[in-house]
Design a protein around this ligand. Structure first.
Ligand code: ARG
Ligand code: GLU
Length: 716
């Protein structure tokens, strides 16, 4: 009876649409019907077609980590403010502070070349699983398997037809059970066209990050340039705006609750098919360790930033990026608990086991998978915990230790090969340190260092470097004194000392680095970690990967009735859902939309997170919203949808049922950040800035009407 009940209770859940980041080439087979039932008005091949223009031709990966969309026939690209932030910051000076004031090129000739920014489009994709896995057998060990696959992929690369300007990208999907090939075209002449001031584009900053209700105008604009044949070319004043195969009309019709939406972009990474034990480890062991470390680092940085505006400017970007993951992990931990992710995973696993036990073939192939995964993850736990502590403390959150980590092999080349091996890479080290010192405040870093290495000593096994850290602290009379000693004597912590040494004899530099107290300390902890943790962790991780690949294959076979999307892996995906609010807790209901009135509610004059530009205040006072207002005369800012997104989807266009741009994705709600491990349609929402707010800012706030005229603005 109980079993039967479980089955009835579970089956609808297994069958229900559970988010998903779908492969464009499989939409017709896997999703079209479902999408049309939800209100989609085009056909699947309007979104993706290999041989004729389709919506996918308007979507690009922006600079490796974000998404961008073409919104005009002249290569105008829309992405997030936080995606364009590097470029905006790089072009800023004290006289022209585009971060503070915004930037709007009045003509194409004023658009600012931004080396390093790229736009990668997908020409077509292919399933190459059969070729990729040719001659791969069940009995191969992981290393032989991988080398056979590498050989196969190399073969596929040479035999795939492509144009000179195209590139080939092959990626594993479904944990290595399938392989897909992408033919890509990457443009490198990308120029900054416009950005609102941070008080619009980053409004709410870290306090509002990952949070709803949200009021951020998180967008910026670039233009992609091509050579005279419309092909990729390095920057040249002779280049012309790209004429893309497709660009998105921008809708000002507005959205209402329940409307069909899609997000087209390049989601980075999800892990939706892990066993419960792995999710539990992330939520209960690894995230808490990382959060605890970042908590300390952030509090220390914040105290310094509040005391000294100079420190604030220097550390604002670093703080934001440390805080971004910190806050997401916290939300993830809480969401996993509140929405009972482990119970759901365990029910799913019970159903998996039940089906497997009933089928002798499956029982033989898959009967042992879950117990073995359980055992492998348990064994891995102390090593993974040490790894996360090590990476957070010795690589990521102490700047000085992170710098040593990145210079270590260079210093080693001196110790092994003398100045000749070493000085060849001097230029690289010099430019790295130049960048490092630009925003470096040793007094901040020293305080972070003292707190974090103490955490390492407390939380990691003695043999894995913690013993060394403890004895160093004891010898120096405590963690603060240890930090003071290292920061007073390290040449890396002192720009003047470094520059004097770099200007002189390389041999002196090599000797000084070799004996530098920061280097000696880093190695004293790192060496036992490398010896005690890394080999064992690699071995266990490789076993976990193998088992996960088999478990993924098993899930695909055992739950035939369920549609599985492959985990995100920075390739082009479509996700769809509806415009929808949510209820984060009892008696609290969040509306799906925010308005400019809400910006004014949050306004704190002069605050670096919640200040509002005077011009925007004036426009709000006079309600001068033009055609961008809702029917009741208010200006929409952000809205929510039930689209399944993740990091990398920043800047992804939000599309309506006909493929018009209705917004720009930039975040998720805090209660739903667990969606990377456990998507739950009840609570997981993506946050978009409304296309009407974007156009309003460009048009009414910035007066950049030439850009509005260039776009195809549509209204029902
Ligand atoms: N949470 C968003 C994302 O993951 C926005 C991050 C940028 N904003 C910030 N305040 N750090 O990337
Ligand atoms: N802000 C994220 C990004 O940079 C998108 C939000 C998310 O993680 O869903 O890609």
């Amino acid at each position: 009876m109980k079993k039967l009940f479980l089955l009835f209770f579970l089956l609808p859940a297994l069958l229900a649409a559970q988010g998903g980041m779908w492969l464009p080439m499989h939409l017709e087979k896997q999703n079209e019907k479902d999408m049309k039932a939800l209100g989609f008005k085009l056909d699947a091949d309007d979104l993706y077609a290999p041989n004729r223009p389709s919506v996918k031709d308007a979507i690009c990966q922006f600079s490796g980590g974000c998404t961008g969309a073409m919104v005009s026939s002249q290569g105008l690209l829309l992405t997030n403010h936080h995606c364009g932030f590097d470029a905006i910051q790089t072009h800023s000076t004290l006289e022209h502070n585009y971060v503070e004031e915004g930037f709007w090129a009045k003509t194409q000739s004023e658009e600012l070349p931004s080396p390093g920014e790229t736009a990668m489009f997908i020409s077509r994709m292919e399933d190459v699983t059969a070729l990729a896995l040719q001659n791969v057998t069940e009995s191969m060990n992981e290393r032989d398997r991988q080398s056979q696959i590498d050989k196969n992929l190399a073969q596929i690369r040479v035999s795939t037809k492509k144009e000179k300007w195209e590139e080939i990208l092959i990626r594993p999907f479904y944990n290595g059970n399938q392989y897909f090939l992408f033919v890509t075209v990457t443009y490198t002449d990308v120029r900054l066209v416009g950005a609102p001031p941070s008080s619009i584009g980053k409004f709410g900053a870290d306090t509002d990050n990952w949070v709803w209700p949200r009021h951020t105008g998180d967008f910026s604009m670039f233009r992609v340039y091509a050579n005279k044949d419309n092909l990729p070319a390095d920057y040249s004043p002779d280049n012309k705006p790209l004429n893309p195969k497709h660009f998105l009309p921008v809708s000002i019709s507005g959205v209402k609750e329940g409307d069909f939406t899609m997000i087209y972009g390049f989601p980075g990474r999800t892990d939706e098919y892990l066993p419960a034990i792995a999710v539990q480890q992330t939520g209960e062991v690894l995230n808490p360790a990382k959060v605890n470390i970042r908590d300390r680092a952030l509090k220390i940085m914040d105290a310094f930033m509040r005391k000294d505006p100079g420190v604030k400017i220097a550390y604002i970007a670093r703080y934001a990026s440390i805080a971004n993951a910190w806050k997401k992990w916290l939300g993830e931990m809480q969401g996993l608990k509140t929405y009972k992710a482990l119970d759901k995973k365990r029910d799913y696993e019970a159903e998996f086991t039940r089906r497997v036990q009933q089928n002798p073939g499956w029982k033989f192939k898959y009967g042992n998978l879950l117990p073995r995964l359980e055992q492998t993850y348990k064994e891995m736990e102390p090593y993974a915990h040490a790894r996360d502590n090590y990476l957070e403390i010795f690589v990521r959150n102490s700047e000085l230790l992170g710098m040593v980590a990145s210079l270590n092999s260079w210093i080693k080349s001196y110790e092994e090969g003398g100045v000749s091996a070493f000085s060849g890479k001097l230029k690289d080290a010099k430019s790295r340190l130049d960048g490092f010192y630009k925003d470096y405040r040793p007094e901040v870093d020293q305080a972070v260092f003292a707190a974090l290495v103490e955490l390492y000593a407390q939380h990691v096994k003695e043999d894995w470097g913690a013993g060394f850290v403890k004895s160093e602290a004891t010898n120096r009379g405590g963690y603060d004194k240890l930090a003071a000693y290292i920061f007073q004597n390290s040449i890396l912590a002192d720009r003047n000392k470094w520059e004097a040494l770099v200007a002189g004899d390389p041999k002196n530099l090599g000797e000084a680095l070799k004996n530098d107290p920061a280097v000696v300390f880093w190695r004293g902890a790192s060496n036992p970690y490398q010896a005690g943790v890394v080999p064992k962790l690699q071995e266990l991780q490789s076993t976990a990967n193998l088992l996960q690949r088999q478990y993924m294959a098993a899930q695909l076979e055992v739950f035939k009735e369920k549609r599985f999307f492959p985990d995100a892996n920075s390739t082009l995906r479509l996700t769809y859902g509806k415009v929808r609010g949510y209820s984060p807790k009892d008696a609290v209901i969040y509306d799906f939309r925010t308005y400019l009135d809400g910006v004014m509610e949050k306004y704190i004059p002069g605050d670096y997170e919640f200040d509002v530009p005077q011009k925007l205040i004036d426009l709000w006072k006079t309600k001068d919203y033009g055609r961008y207002a809702t029917s009741d005369g208010r200006l929409p800012v952000c809205f929510l949808g039930s689209n399944h997104t993740t990091g990398g989807n920043s800047g992804s266009p939000a599309l309506d049922a006909r493929g018009n741009l209705i917004g720009l994705n930039f975040d998720r709600v805090w209660e739903g950040t667990m969606s990377d491990l456990n998507y739950d349609p009840a609570i997981c929402r993506n946050i978009m800035v409304d296309s009407r707010y974007i156009l309003f800012i460009i048009d009414k706030y910035a007066g950049a009407t030439r850009l509005i005229e260039e776009m195809k603005v549509v209204k029902k």
